[in-house]
Design a protein around this ligand. Structure first.
Ligand code: UDP
Length: 571
């Protein structure tokens, strides 16, 4: 199997089964076999023993060849007692003490199993509102977020991985200013990503420089007004300061809600790529685009036949996961089996572009992004329709928009672009749809180990072209870009662009290109240089809004003390 050193390290640390003394009970091959067997077993009743073996082999090959990987909880837990296979959950928070603490308990159960949770705090009454039963006053969403944060902190010691949370507050909630500034200090509320839930009404008011209403959620009363432009600028200022909050466009999430009769979407999972109904979970999986290429007469091209094949198998895999999954709560079981959402996405996009000799920041790459994602979306729907013919439509089909369209699908959604934080390390490729972070860089891995890494595609080309040296790689790591290195041919300098060579608008345009053909949302960080201005942040927000993105997260280099990836810090 083609796993690099880092991949093996990560797998041994967290993914491979161990006994109570920490001794490994399986190797990576064994892990993929365990996962393939468990996931294929969903077909046990409907196919012959021989066909079941073939399905298992297909699933195994797809993972072992690193063509497709399911999200981490599936790799960790499939075929093992915990059996919780989804990365993404959304839980409701009711405006009662019982409701709030019930959700904290439920979030703890989900974190323990490796899932991440998103919540909207928008239903909670604002700070200072009265509490009937006690005659006291409410402490408000931000103070309860701190309780959720503390609970996550305690649970993360015992879980398979760090519990991650998304906290969302609507922009028209009276406590919105407290929320926007709640992570101003990097040390606060560290187990949450936060996003402001933006409405169309709000964006219109910003454009016209008008006031907008603040509404008390528990009464529906308008309790104040605020200038929309000032509020927008406060969000920009905080995001410039340290990357938080992000923004999500709530009305767009609901415009694309395929089961509006069942409920409104008020939150996404922690990294923003998966909008879900309350109590809904979703399992994700990503196709490694770097492997979807073929050589024709010395020319590298996208292998659409292989991609089609991989999409079909991946949809089958992810749909099976829904059946073999052990859900942490009965409400989640009911909801998740009801809509049967899956989220197929991609990783290794930047590596694919490098192999095709296409710069990330070019119109050709935007066009190719649309072409590839259109293809994946289309094939995933065909696969879901075929599954529906064999196994039936999703149970809430009659409450979905698909019944009006007359399209019989097995899954309410099929596509999502995940960050692939760990999956991309396992596959040894660039993460999600992000550009290369650097050509060579220092990675702080678990236990604070530091490693110098060289992008494998670059390494190979540098070797073939004869300009590779360790010394050069260290110099590149210090600089964070290969722009201006005389020993590197110019066309290679143009193709191997890093996150920081790319202006923010290309980041946003790439996100928009993938979003165009993705059911759910796209995980993307718009990386800005340290010198970026408030206007740069504001421009990125506006461009995302105008190009139909579902949200934006920006990050200005060096604006947080602790970063996972560092450039220019070689000792
Ligand atoms: N996630 C989480 N904890 C983590 C990393 C991820 O709960 O430490 C969840 C979260 O919902 C996130 C999703 O997993 O949005 C997908 O993240 P990613 O693609 O990075 O996960 P991977 O499958 O690569 O581990």
């Amino acid at each position: 199997m083609n796993l690099n050193e880092n991949a093996i390290k990560v797998l041994e640390k967290r993914y491979l089964a161990k006994d109570e003394n920490g001794k490994l009970l399986e190797n990576p091959e064994g892990m993929f076999k365990r996962v393939a067997r468990a996931v294929a077993s969903a077909d046990k009743e409907s196919v012959s023993a021989e066909e079941l073996k073939d399905i298992e082999q297909e699933f195994y090959d797809m993972m072992a060849n690193l063509d497709f990987l399911p999200n981490s909880p599936t790799l960790m837990n499939a075929g093992r007692p915990l059996g919780q296979l989804s990365a993404c959950f959304v839980l409701p928070i009711e405006d009662t003490m019982e409701g709030i603490f019930e959700t904290i308990k439920n979030a703890a159960l989900i974190h323990k199993s490796g899932g991440g949770t998103g919540f909207s705090f928008s239903r909670l009454r604002p700070k200072g509102a009265s509490v009937n039963s006690t005659g006291g006053v409410a402490s408000g969403p931000v103070s309860f977020m701190k309780v959720f944060n503390a609970a996550t902190e305690a649970v993360k010691q015992g879980g398979t991985r760090r519990g991650a949370n998304m906290g969302i507050l609507r922009v028209d909630h009276p406590d919105i200013m407290d929320f926007i500034t709640c992570k101003k200090n990097n040390a606060d509320i560290t187990n949450f990503n936060i996003s402001v839930g933006i409405t169309e009404e709000f964006m219109n008011a910003v454009e016209k420089n008008e006031d907008y209403n603040l509404v008390e959620p528990n009464t529906g009363n308008i309790v104040g007004k605020h200038n929309a432009k000032e509020m927008f600028d406060l969000i920009v200022d905080m995001a410039w300061n340290n990357g938080e909050p992000g923004i999500i466009f709530l009305d767009r999430l609901n415009r694309d809600n395929v089961t509006p009769e069942i409920g409104q979407i008020e939150s996404t999972n922690p990294c923003g790529e998966q909008p879900l109904l309350p109590y809904e979970a979703c399992n994700l999986g990503s196709i490694n685009l770097s492997n979807m290429l073929k050589d024709i007469g010395g020319k590298t091209e996208v292998d659409f036949d292989k991609l089609r094949n991989t999409v079909r198998k991946a949809v089958h895999f992810l749909d099976n996961v829904i059946d073999v999954n052990k859900y942490p709560l009965p409400e989640i079981d009911e909801m998740t089996r009801g809509t049967r959402k899956i989220g197929l996405g991609v990783m290794g996009w930047a590596d694919m572009l490098c192999k095709l000799n296409i710069p990330y920041n070019s119109q050709i790459s935007i066009d190719l992004a649309e072409k590839i994602m259109y293809f994946i979306q289309d094939e995933s729907k065909k696969a879901s329709i075929e599954l529906a013919e064999r196994k039936g439509v999703f149970p809430y089909y009659d409450k979905s928009i698909y019944k009006d369209l007359g399209v019989k699908v097995r899954n309410a959604t099929t596509t999502t672009i995940a960050p692939t934080g760990t999956l991309s390390i396992i596959a040894g490729v660039s993460s999600g749809i992000e550009p290369l972070f650097a050509i060579s860089y220092i990675r702080n891995v678990m236990d604070n180990d530091e490693l110098i890494e060289v992008n494998p595609v670059f390494k190979q080309i540098a070797n073939t072209e004869g300009f590779y040296s360790d010394e050069l790689m260290r110099r590149i790591a210090k600089r964070g870009t290969i722009k201006g290195f005389g020993e590197i041919p110019e066309n290679i300098q143009n193709v191997f662009v890093t996150s920081h060579d790319i202006s923010p608008d290309w980041h946003v345009r790439m996100q928009a290109a993938f979003q165009k053909y993705t059911d759910n949302a796209v995980s993307k960080t718009v990386n800005l240089k340290n010198e970026a201005t408030h206007k740069d942040v504001s421009d990125a927000f506006w461009l995302a809004y105008k190009t139909n993105c579902k949200g934006v997260t920006i990050y200005r280099d060096g604006s947080r003390d602790l970063q996972v990836l560092n450039i220019g810090k070689v000792k």
